[in-house]
Design a protein around this ligand. Sequence first.
Ligand code: ADP
Ligand code: MG
Length: 660
Amino acid sequence: MSHSFHRQLVFTIKDRCRVCFTCVRECPVKAIKIMNGQAEVINDRCIGCGNCVRVCSQGAKIPLRSVDAVYELLKSKSKIAACIAPSFPAEFGEIQDHRLLVGMIRKLGFDFVTEVSFGADIVAREYETMIKNSNYEGDISSDCPAIVYFIRHYHPDMVPYLAPIASPMVAMTRVMKKKHGEELKVVFIGPCFAKKAETTEVEEVLTFRELREMFDSLNIRPENSDPSEFDPPHSGKGAIFPISHGLYYTANNQESIPEERVIIAEGQVNYKEAIKEFEEGYIRKKHLMLLCCEGCIMGPGTSPGGKRFARSNAVGEYVTRKLQNIDRDAWDLDIEEYSKLDLSQSFTPEDRRLEAPSNEEVLNALHSMGKYTPQDHLNCGACGYDTCVDHASAIVKGLAETEMCLPFAIEKLHDSINNLNVSNEKLAKARAALKQSEKLAHMGQLSAGIAHELNNPLGVITMYSNILMDEAPEGEGVRDDLKLIVEQAERCKKIVSGLLNFARKNQVNLTETDVVKFLQHSLNSIVKPDNVTCSVDSTIADPLAKLDIDQMMQVMTNLEKNAIEAMPSGGSLRVSVEGDAEEVTFIVSDTGSGIPKDNMDKLFTPFFTTKEMGKGTGLGLALIYGIVKMHKGKIHVDSNADRLHGPTGTTFRITVPRGK
Ligand code: ADP
Ligand code: MG
């Protein structure tokens, strides 16, 4: 009998998966792949143990459902037998009389209801014969389908050691088909869902949970069902099969198999170790009785939350009652008849081991998670793999992602938070700058309007007061009054022209300029008092840059005038230009009074001035700000107004792109 098909047993409901990696951790064969933050079962690698279904708290792992297929089967004209696994007393503890359960199953429409434990009885005899054979080399029990898949996929060299004996389920199926004809359809009902992929000999496999679902939807309850006995053949000791040591007790019919011949290992840690030691030759001539769960009574197809020892006790009590009432003669006859059946089973290896990645590949994967030194290997297990190296290998094999590493993810999060803080700061600065330029834009509009309206009347006042002054005789008081009017009107004109400058259109007219010559020129066009020494120097290699010469000339002369005005009792004014391939920086430095700290953030506000009436308009730096921004440049001010902190003075640095 071959054994080489594998139905998809577990499905993932993606919306429910919260990527906690518990399934990855609990999967004994790492058949769960994380892709784009989603856990998915790779059917080829799955052995159907059901661990992932059991541990997923979100219900994201769903086992294959057979309920609908069984309803279809029951609707058909075929005769249908239900073969119940011997662990049923563990699941249906609330139904004291097993005959009520049998009645309920019959009510679903089954023609026969039998116990698989008779299959266990005849299979046990095969095991007994095999183990007592003088050529016995040791074997691995083949009754747990998950163990069988585990050997075929991950220890293919051990396949010849799988006991070539049918499982109790398959044996019982063959018995029933012999008894009622090959066209009989068999539905196995049990605690396991790896059974759903064990064989094609059985038509369908229901779990106990699915059986309960069918009872519920058809409202079948013990109270509304008639008690009824199992159909023959009836079993003997085989009923004890599902609890630990079960097969041993069953097989050890004549108490002739010495206990030391048998090694029992249950649960993923134990069975994996047992197989490994068997493969490595540490265990010889032993019968390895392996179960993937803690006895079939705790299988993934049973209701969750069951108490292991209470379940085991329920099976024990059922078997005791059963053996008290057994019809020994009938049993002997059945055993004799069905032992003649072919109870063999063959297995083929199907190697699913993945090639081990090279050291270099593993190192690269480790680096991609920021792990460079042994200290970086926290081996915290949060990803579902025991060690960082295991995780890295899984990444190379395409089963895992770097994002599964929790410490790495946390570090990345910290980085992102830092970056966010930096962007936040930049944003705040940009917002402040935007506010300033908005303010300037409004001021600009207002100023332009006022200046325009004032210009003409001012012109008239200046003209007529000049005429009147010229006409007034020298030495008369009225002439001095008129002189004052002319002076003040001139002052108004100065303010108005400053306003107009400030409000000029937001555009630049760039032309290529030699910045060194330009700097010299700017200094030449201002009035320098004798008590101020002026110097120009430049360290720039390439003096060419594209600037709006008129506007930048205003910037430089305004800065130079401010510097001179800050040094009423003399000092030195130094202007220079430096630059690199991208930018040029003009520097205007004085040894004047300096700017008090409190004034630093008001400097560029229009009309801010500390100069006496008639001297300053407070528009110079506001204008400079506008022009420099239009050149996509920056202004930097350094100043000291406090003698206690060293020599006073101010340095303005204007940096603009070369505009090439
Ligand atoms: P104004 O020169 O008309 O006062 P500005 O906008 O040019 O207007 O300058 C605003 C104020 O900034 C000045 O009144 C002065 O207080 C301060 N300031 C500008 N440049 C200097 C400097 N080089 N040294 C000291 N203070 C300065
Ligand atoms: Mg000024």
